[in-house]
Design a protein around this ligand. Structure first.
Ligand SMILES: C[S@@+](CC[C@H](N)C(=O)[O-])C[C@H]1O[C@@H](n2cnc3c(N)ncnc32)[C@H](O)[C@@H]1O
Length: 238
C-alpha cells in the first residue's frame, strides 16, 4: 500500500505555522477548515486594491485573527470589517425546542456563554493585531446592512465610527439557513467590487446546511465565476 496516499490531506491547504498554532489558541479553532484557509489565502492575495475584507460571524475571533494574519502576510493594505450578534445556536434549535442553556449543561445560560465568547473575541484581536483592530459591529448581518445602507455609519466594539468601504473579499459564516445565506449574499453583492471574492462557509456538497443549498443558485448566477471548491465554494464577481 502507498502510505503517502493514506496520509495525503483531503483538501488543498497552505503550509503556515501560524495557523497550526492558532487553532489551539483562540476560541472556535475547530470551526475553521484548513480548506477555507487555503481559499482565504487565494482571495486575499488576489483581491482588488482599495477594498476591505468583510466577515459575517466572528465567534471567538479565530477566523478574524486568521484573516488579519493573511492580510499582513500578503502585505495588503485592506482593513477587516465584521459583524456578529453573538447569539448562541443550540444543537437542537432547528427542532423548535429552544433551551436557554448551554447544550448539555443547565447551569450555564446561553447569554452568559455568548458574552464570554464576545469578550474572548475582543481580547484575541487586541492580542494578535493591536495595530490593525477589525471594525467589528455587534449586530445581526441584516441590522448591520440596514444601518450601513441607510446611514453608512455604525459604532463598533472599540467605540469607533464605522463606514463600510467597498468589499474586496467577503467571508460568509453567520446564520447558515438558506434564507439567511441568500440575504447575506444579496447584501454583500451590493458592496462587492468587481473582481472581488465571496467565500461561503459550510457550503460543500456534503453539508446539510441551507448555505450548501444556496450554492446551486450561485452556480447559475451569471455575475459570478466559480474559482474553487475546497470543499467550500469560493466565487469571484465578474
Ligand atoms: C460558526 S460561528 C463563526 C465562526 C468564526 N467565523 C470562526 O471561524 O472562528 C457563527 C457565528 O455567527 C453568528 N451569527 C449567527 N447568525 C448571525 C446573523 N444573522 N448575523 C450575524 N452573525 C450571526 C453567531 O453569533 C456565531 O458567532
Amino acid at each position: 500500500m502507498d502510505l503517502t496516499q493514506l496520509f495525503k490531506p483531503k483538501y488543498k491547504r497552505i503550509n503556515d505555522p501560524f495557523f497550526k498554532r492558532l487553532s489551539s489558541s483562540v476560541l472556535g479553532g475547530n470551526m475553521l477548515l484548513d480548506g477555507n484557509i487555503f481559499l482565504m489565502d487565494h482571495a486575499i492575495k488576489n483581491m482588488p486594491e482599495n477594498s476591505c475584507v468583510f466577515e459575517i460571524g466572528c465567534f471567538g475571533g479565530h477566523s478574524s485573527v486568521g484573516l488579519l494574519h493573511l492580510i499582513k502576510k500578503h502585505k495588503r493594505s485592506a482593513d477587516l470589517y465584521a459583524c456578529d450578534c453573538w447569539v448562541y445556536e443550540g444543537f437542537n434549535d432547528h427542532t423548535g425546542k429552544i433551551e436557554d442553556h448551554f447544550d448539555g449543561y443547565t447551569s450555564l445560560k446561553r447569554e452568559d456563554f455568548m458574552n464570554y465568547v464576545k469578550a474572548n473575541y475582543q481580547e484575541a484581536v487586541k492580542l494578535f493585531h493591536p495595530e490593525k483592530l477589525p471594525y467589528t459591529v455587534a449586530l445581526t448581518s441584516d441590522e448591520f446592512f440596514n444601518r450601513i445602507n441607510n446611514k453608512n455609519e455604525c459604532i463598533d466594539l472599540f467605540d469607533r465610527k464605522v463606514k463600510l468601504p467597498a468589499i474586496g473579499f467577503a467571508y460568509i459564516d453567520g446564520g447558515h439557513s438558506y434564507e439567511q445565506c441568500k440575504k447575506d449574499f444579496i447584501n454583500i453583492d451590493k458592496h462587492l467590487i468587481n473582481k472581488g471574492f465571496v467565500l461561503f462557509d459550510d457550503s460543500s456538497k456534503k453539508m446539510k446546511f441551507g448555505s450548501a443549498l444556496f450554492i446551486k443558485e450561485m452556480m447559475e448566477n451569471p455575475g459570478y465565476e466559480l474559482i474553487d471548491q475546497n470543499p467550500n465554494f469560493l466565487f469571484k464577481k465578474r
